[in-house]
Design a protein around this ligand. Sequence first.
Ligand SMILES: Nc1ncnc2c1ncn2[C@@H]1O[C@H](COP(=O)(O)OP(=O)(O)OP(=O)(O)O)[C@@H](O)[C@H]1O
Ligand SMILES: [Mg+2]
Length: 492
Amino acid sequence: MLREVFESGRPLTYVRSSEEQRVGSVLREVGLRLLPSTPVPVWTWSLTEGMWSDDEGSIAGTHDPRAALDFIAAHEQAGIFHLKDFHEPLRGSPEIRRRFRDLYESCLDRQKFIVISSPVRAIPEELERSIMFVDLRSPDRIELAALLRDEVQKLPAAGARDDASDEVLLQMAGALSGLTLDEARYALRRALATGLRLGPESMPALLEEKRLLVNRSGFIEYIADVTKLGEIGGLEYLKKWLLERRKLFQMRESLSNDIVPKGILMMGIPGCGKSLSVKAIASCFELPLYRIDMIEIFSGRHGKPEGVFVQACRMMEDLAPAVLWFDEIEMGVTATESSGEQGRIFAFFLTWMQEKTRGLFVAATANRIDLLPAEMIRKGRFDEVFFVDLPLDDERIEIFKIHLLRRGVEAARFNLDELTQFTIGWSGAEIEQCVVSAMTKARLEDRELTADDLIGVAARLVPLSRTMREQIDHISRWAFERAVRASPRRVV
Ligand SMILES: Nc1ncnc2c1ncn2[C@@H]1O[C@H](COP(=O)(O)OP(=O)(O)OP(=O)(O)O)[C@@H](O)[C@H]1O
Ligand SMILES: [Mg+2]
């Protein structure tokens, strides 16, 4: 791929990859074969090491980005110049950008090629036209299968079968997709170290290793608990929508892009089942669920929020197919003091929603919905914006049944209808809490739960919606104009 870019004569390339070493070795390989007569040497630059090459060692005085560009400009022979993380100097200085643009001319037709590598795509606008962008994705299944075969031959002592068929290897490679080669090797060795043999039986261990590696990022979390659609009380419209879209999502490769479900935004009153619904989407679509923690991203612990957010989105594309959950999305898209950064994140998110791989279904949830910019909803590229309201009378009964059943209590024993009048304005979370308190009481008195226990607790509980009436009314009014209700409309 890179070789084709060079052969087409384009002197400036930007490679997005988090694997600098892999970029380096690809460039070396391209250098060997680029010209028929002699190999083209590869020069590498980083802010810490300056410019160096295998043959000529380090060049003094080239740590400064400007000096590195001067070195390239003055260089007479053919060469490939690999500039690591050069997007930062480009972004920071108009002078460097100018200088870099000038290099286009001085490299053109001289067999000099400049390659910037960076984990994020950050090409300054004025360079967009002269730079070729290449996405060096994580290794594909074929590359991973080759790695597996390699490892199998090296590790007979680990009990690995070296007769593993291509099909098994490809299947395992699929389990490792999304990891870099180093990570995949690491995951494989760890899985085999537990005494497993390479084959279908080691798949769960591989998946577990992958999960650990993803969690290590600190801002993406693999969510293991499974919720079935049936465990959600009410929200009939949302459920119906999901069941319809599931089929489209599963047929995604054969559909035109605008029909493939891309994602939903859910907002609503706390404790009414947003998080629960996201988990149910994953199980309904039969996909793994990953949660992006916006608070972590904005903590600054992992670097600049903008870069981390972009990185998280890219990492997720490699983990597709999956459901991707942005919890408290408003954190990332609302304007505060540092609104410049957030504006850019928002702009990135809008484009990304449009161009992301089909295998990712986005479920975004928001609590402080009034903080969401209007474009998020209008142009947010969501298929639907749902409002999860306080449950209606019969929805509350359904939620009671679900939580009783989950704790092994046969709900048919009770006449639950009486509870409707005691639970007006209650959230699902409060219903669950009521069931738990009533059961605890009965257990302490060493007897079976009765309907009176439930009613006793219910009569005393003051729901959040009463203490926070104004906020809740505000949320409902706001959502009324902008979102689709996740359950049938309340009759007033
Ligand atoms: N519709 C529902 N059906 C069944 N259980 C529910 C429902 N709504 C809420 N619950 C119960 O309340 C708990 C809390 O709900 P959940 O975490 O989904 O709320 P949320 O809308 O995400 O709230 P928050 O805004 O606080 O994040 C759930 O784990 C579940 O046990
Ligand atoms: Mg939640």
